[in-house]
Design a protein around this ligand. Structure first.
Ligand SMILES: Nc1ncnc2c1ncn2[C@@H]1O[C@H](COP(=O)(O)OP(=O)(O)OP(=O)(O)O)[C@@H](O)[C@H]1O
Length: 259
């Protein structure tokens, strides 16, 4: 069964996910014109130096992802997928080139500035959910919003909306250990978009799930991306899921190649 929502619900979620919440003191940093790609990598280089040896992982990677697009990143182990996601997510700085978020050069900003942008603009989903075990599903989705400065009531309402959108309305009071793997991952997705980011980065988000559950979780993720106008870059080895995304890219000799 697909978690597809009725149109009015999708609109409702879209309004809430893209809301800039004026006056709440938690407005975005660096809002950029809507015609800019959400993510742009321009000539991005990344190398690791270990003793005498230098490993050039990214050698001038170029990539653009626009709002509403879901892009699959498929490449052999060691090709540089995680490196690319870390750079796109401003967790690392490129050695050359630049990472633009909504048109703003962000890759080479200092740690504090990159962290501030990351908190507002980027959501992450990993292979393992990394939910806090002592907190309920609801609290896990509330937490990033409260760290951002939202009051408990607003955070709770939004968390409930997101969890019910992920078909977890009956599970909000459960702790991660009381949820199935697919449910845990859907909570992790709700948490990743809790602060209405523009970009969702996912590293094997269904890698730990059986094929049927993987499709169900992907359905939920893609419905959310479409409804909210997020841009998503999803590293996966699952070719069935990759086929269902808008574009597929790979890494060859440190460059991004469309498949
Ligand atoms: N911090 C680091 N220091 C040195 N080498 C690194 C570091 N991080 C990654 N590498 C190397 O860079 C290359 C790319 O690694 P990366 O983790 O980006 O690949 P990947 O495509 O994500 O692989 P996998 O699918 O196995 O996760 C690998 O050869 C890896 O050993």
């Amino acid at each position: 069964m697909s978690p597809k929502m009725p149109d009015q619900d999708q609109d409702f979620v879209a309004d809430h996910l893209s809301a800039n919440q004026p006056g709440s003191g938690v407005g975005r940093l660096g809002l950029a014109p809507a015609d800019k790609p959400v993510l742009r990598l321009a000539g991005v280089e990344r190398r690791y130096v270990q003793g005498e040896r230098t490993l050039d992982v990214l050698r001038g990677a170029e990539l653009e992802i626009r709002a509403g697009e879901i892009v699959a990143l498929i490449a052999p182990s060691g090709a540089g997928k995680s490196t690319l996601l870390q750079l796109a997510g401003l967790l690392e700085r490129p050695d050359g080139g630049e990472v633009f978020l909504s048109g703003r050069a962000a890759g080479k900003l200092d740690d504090a500035e990159r962290t501030a942008i990351r908190r507002l603009e980027i959501g992450f989903v990993y292979q393992f959910h990394h939910l806090l075990p002592e907190f309920t599903a609801l609290e896990n989705v509330m937490l990033p919003q409260m760290i951002r400065g939202l009051d408990g009531k607003t955070a709770s309402e939004r968390a409930k909306e997101l969890l019910s959108y992920m078909k977890l309305g009956e599970r909000v009071g459960h702790r991660p250990s009381e949820l199935s793997g697919g449910e845990q991952q859907r909570v992790a997705i709700a948490r990743a978009v809790a602060n209405a980011p523009r970009l969702l980065l996912a590293d094997e988000p269904t890698g730990n799930l059986d094929p049927k559950t993987a499709h169900y979780v992907f359905d939920a993720l893609s419905a959310l991306v479409r409804a909210s106008g997020l841009a998503a870059l999803i590293a996966t080895h699952n070719m069935d899921l990759a086929e269902r995304m808008d574009r597929r890219i790979t890494l060859e000799e440190g460059k991004v190649v469309e498949m």
